[in-house]
Design a protein around this ligand. Sequence first.
Ligand SMILES: [Zn+2]
Length: 93
Amino acid sequence: MAEIENKINSSAKHDEKKRFKRRHFAPKRKVCRLCQEHIEKVDYKQIQILKTFMSNTGKILSRRITGNCARHQRQIARAIKINRNISLLPYSN
Ligand SMILES: [Zn+2]
């Protein structure tokens, strides 16, 4: 009897683990927002778009968070960097 109970217990534990794993590693599939909206090129002047891909502290959000495709992520990163550079310039001598 004890053996059977043990087997049942262990299998139940195994199932729990599996369920936990699945819950943990299968989040919603993210789709690139820019591809969805058919935006081919991201310009550095489109600050409103770029702001949505930055954190509150001004960091560029990673692909893991935004779900961007590689092409758009590159464009966004470049555009944000251009903007940073511009804002670093002094307004007057
Ligand atoms: Zn894209």
